[in-house]
Design a protein around this ligand. Structure first.
Ligand SMILES: C[S@@+](CC[C@H](N)C(=O)[O-])C[C@H]1O[C@@H](n2cnc3c(N)ncnc32)[C@H](O)[C@@H]1O
Length: 360
């Protein structure tokens, strides 16, 4: 079966490496933020339990070349809709990239019409449309001359972690936090410090991964509504995963009392009080001794000068201390006076953000 996984744009290589490790997949980049791979239904169940980089998993229903809008209708009609879809409200999201004489709305509308026509022809029933809260969500991608129609297997995006009771003003997406840890090659034996931890997303993701706990234990995936999937089997496989309990050395440092409280509340919500220490410390002054330092640097203090001073003092602490590898997310890599080994550019909302990797 051909599957898609959505992830953070710019970090498709990290999601691909995780998919290879978890289910032996060999993904390729489909387009920005989406990778494609071959996998089984059991892989789908297991990825919904264990993936920490993916946002959603989708099964490809049809792929083909499009020259005009009617090709979208024709390709969708090739799908065995009665076998793939339940008699339940559906919605289509259209995404288009390239130069076409039609819009993404047109794509969604033609796919929707083909689904209604094909399902009615096969079953005699008309599928209801619900664009706001559909039971079945179809993604129709038109990228240049390539059309891909896929059904969403996940529903609520996996990046929404349930421990996130306290939200930071500048929160880091949990899948991105985990991707930083992946780039740092963090493992359970490493001492990890996030010197500017905010609500502790990076330390919590590290401890969840090191103890092999599912990031979304609460998830009721959308695949439960689809005829070819077995939600009971998914739940059995989830229940069979055994968390580990190595002793960890993970520290969340933060300067402001408000975020220290926030970090403690999220660490408690994740059940990680024994694994993550939340410590009041100023990153400009505190000594850094760690195998891995992974952090989301503040993007914008009031002026460039404030950032320059903070980044400069932090880099001094990195150099004076003992740090195996540093991975930092920042909008201003130019202000971080450290030799950068590798850099990944990641569009983040409307910001251009970089992930820098340094081995001081
Ligand atoms: C971008 S936020 C981190 C957000 C965090 N990754 C999360 O998901 O909640 C940066 C944090 O660094 C903290 N910070 C700024 N200057 C600091 C310093 N000198 N020492 C320690 N923390 C600092 C800020 O208070 C803020 O909480």
């Amino acid at each position: 079966m051909r599957l898609l996984a959505t992830t953070n744009g710019g970090l498709e290589s990290v999601a691909s490496a995780e998919l290879a490790e978890l289910v032996g997949a060999d993904p390729e980049r489909h387009h920005r933020g989406v990778v494609a791979f071959e996998g089984s239904r059991d892989d789908v169940y297991d990825l919904h339990v264990r993936s920490r980089t993916c946002h959603r998993l989708l099964e490809v229903l049809v792929e083909g070349r499009v020259e005009e809008l009617e090709d979208v209708y024709r390709l969708t009609r090739r799908v065995d809709l009665a076998a793939q879809l339940p008699d339940a409200p559906f919605g289509v999201v259209g995404t288009r990239h390239g130069s076409h004489e039609f819009t993404s709305m047109d794509v969604a509308e033609r796919v929707g019409q083909a689904v209604i026509d094909g399902y009615r022809e096969a079953t005699g029933r008309r599928l209801p449309v619900d664009l706001d809260d559909p039971t079945v969500r179809l993604e129709a991608y038109c990228y240049d001359d390539r059309f891909t129609l896929a059904v969403d297997l996940t529903g609520d995006s996996l990046h929404r972690r349930p421990y996130r009771e306290c939200e930071h003003d500048a929160p880091l997406r949990a899948t991105l936090a985990y991707s930083l840890l992946w780039l740092a090659d963090y493992g359970p034996d490493d001492r990890l410090v996030d010197p500017m931890a905010g609500s502790a997303t990076v330390p919590i993701e590290a401890a969840l991964a090191a103890t092999d706990r599912p990031p979304r234990p609460d998830l009721e995936p959308a695949l439960a509504a689809l005829p070819r999937y077995d939600a009971a089997r998914f739940r059995r496989r989830r229940a069979a995963f055994e968390p580990r309990s190595p002793s960890l050395d993970v520290e969340a440092r933060e300067r402001r009392a408000k975020w220290l409280r926030c970090a403690r509340s999220n660490v408690a919500a994740a059940g990680l009080e024994d694994a993550v220490d939340v410590v009041e410390a100023d990153a400009r002054e505190a000594t850094l001794v760690a195998d891995r330092v992974v952090t989301n640097l503040p993007f914008g203090v009031r002026t460039d000068e404030d950032l320059r001073e903070l980044y400069g003092a932090f880099a001094d602490r990195v150099r004076d201390g003992s740090v195996g590898r540093l991975v930092a997310l920042t909008t201003r890599p130019d202000l971080l006076p450290l030799a950068v080994e590798k850099r990944h550019d990641v569009p983040y909302g409307r910001l251009d953000v970089s992930v820098v990797v340094a081995e001081p």
